[in-house]
Design a protein around this ligand. Structure first.
Ligand code: PLA
Length: 407
């Protein structure tokens, strides 16, 4: 009997708004089903992709008898941390040369955000964090659980399907001095809308003048433009001014290491001494949470980043993924135009990164899932990386029907 259980009063929780889409997709038996929910790269054949360079690095690790399975230090693999900081801040970053960056290996982007948030909740004087509206659905949960108070700043304008830059400046301008501000480093999720470099510069000046602390979420470096340096430019301008910031990096998307859970948290400090004290406290955050991070994913990344041939091979494979996504944007836009689907769809080719924020409402999304077996998040976000030339017509038919029916 249920009532005999000590857990009888536990109520059923809803599925996660993003990962729950995959759960529903897996239950669907239709041969035409299409998962455009989670941001996971698929090939033209609709298959998950393990990069060749990742296979090569794994082979290299298997053959290397000096590879062991001991515990890593609490902060993770030293090479991985150094190379990760170089990847995001640039090889010639003065902050790195001056040893005022501390980097700790964490459990992908999510774990890096969580460790950073826990550190800030314990050691930073301002416990308020501003996140954009909309943002990745896990952000408010991560920061709330860590004990930060979450507020929002305007970001997306549904009318223009672009950036609400004025609203952003007003909201950050009204934030209390010292507040933390979560910034998507590139390829904003879910909107696909990024500030221009000139706008970034204005954001930087405003934030520095008010002493707001930038916390960058870099989950898509290389996925926006296909170029790792170009995508890191916003972060680098904030570091170049000598100020402090945090950055959470994920290798899930750009190296296709989703399930390996490999990422890094870097905190750029004013001095080497501050950085080393910050690191000592990060260890106290990590140790009771998961003790120390896993070794395999970080070893793959370090192997690739430290070998110039493998690094170059990676950039080529990364660019190919980014280019395929861009070509999907064009194909979907062309197909909707050719079909005469009502509405302006130019945002599909203007937005960047993994996602298109279609503007479809939850009723239209529900219709597309029920009638066309197309799975996506209810906010109308589609993962362009899940689309292929073969499935563009099916998605086009579904959007056309949804828009015509519930226009
Ligand atoms: N930050 C942003 C902005 C993200 O979009 C994601 C992943 C992460 C961090 C964390 O990724 P990681 O922990 O796997 O490194 N967003 C996905 C997956 C791709 C998810 O929701 O977990 C998404 O579909 O939005």
């Amino acid at each position: 009997m249920d009532s005999d259980s000590v857990f009888a009063s536990v109520v059923r929780a809803p599925e996660d708004p993003i990962l729950g889409v995959t759960v529903a997709y897996n239950k669907d038996t239709s041969p035409n089903k299409l998962n455009l929910g989670v941001g996971a790269y698929r090939t033209e054949e609709g298959k998950p992709l393990v990069l060749n360079v990742v296979r090569k690095a794994e082979q290299h690790l298997v053959n290397d008898k000096s590879q062991i399975k001991e515990y890593l230090p609490i902060v993770g693999l030293a090479d991985f941390n150094k190379l990760s900081a170089k990847l995001i801040f640039g090889a010639d970053s003065p902050a790195i040369q001056q040893n005022r960056v501390t980097t700790v290996q964490c459990l992908s982007g999510t774990g890096s955000l969580r460790v950073g948030a826990e550190f800030l909740a314990k050691h930073y004087h301002q416990r308020t964090i501003y996140i954009p509206t909309p943002t990745w659905g896990n952000h408010p949960k991560i920061f709330n659980l860590a004990g930060l108070s979450v507020k929002t700043y305007r970001y997306y304008d549904p009318a223009t399907r672009g950036l609400n830059f004025q609203g952003l400046l007003e909201d950050l301008g009204a934030a209390p001095s010292g507040a933390i501000v979560l910034l998507h480093a590139c390829a904003h999720n879910p909107t696909g809308v990024d500030p221009t470099l000139a706008q970034w510069e204005q954001i930087r000046q405003l934030m520095r003048s008010k002493g707001l602390l930038p916390f960058f979420d870099s989950a898509y470096q290389g996925f926006a433009s296909g170029n790792l340096d170009a995508d890191a430019q916003p972060v680098r301008t904030f570091v170049a001014d000598g100020g402090e910031c945090l950055a959470a990096q994920s290798y899930a998307k750009n190296m296709g290491l989703y399930g390996e859970r490999v990422g890094a948290l870097s905190i750029v400090c004013k001095t080497q001494d501050v950085a080393s004290r910050v690191e000592s406290q990060l260890k106290l955050v990590i140790r009771p949470m998961y003790s120390n991070p896993p070794i395999h994913g970080a070893s793959i990344v370090a192997t690739i980043l430290k070998d110039s041939n493998m690094y170059n091979e990676w950039t080529v494979e990364l660019k190919a993924m980014a280019d395929r996504i861009i070509s999907m944007r064009q194909q979907l836009y062309d197909a909707l135009s050719a079909k005469g689907t009502p509405g302006d769809w130019s945002h599909i080719i203007k937005q960047i990164g993994m996602f298109t924020f279609t503007g479809l409402n939850s009723e239209q999304v529900a219709f597309m899932t029920k009638e066309y077996h197309i799975y996506m998040t209810s906010d109308g976000r589609i993962s362009m990386a899940g689309l292929s030339s073969r499935t563009v017509p099916h998605l086009t038919d579904a959007i056309h029907a949804a828009v015509t029916r519930f226009g």
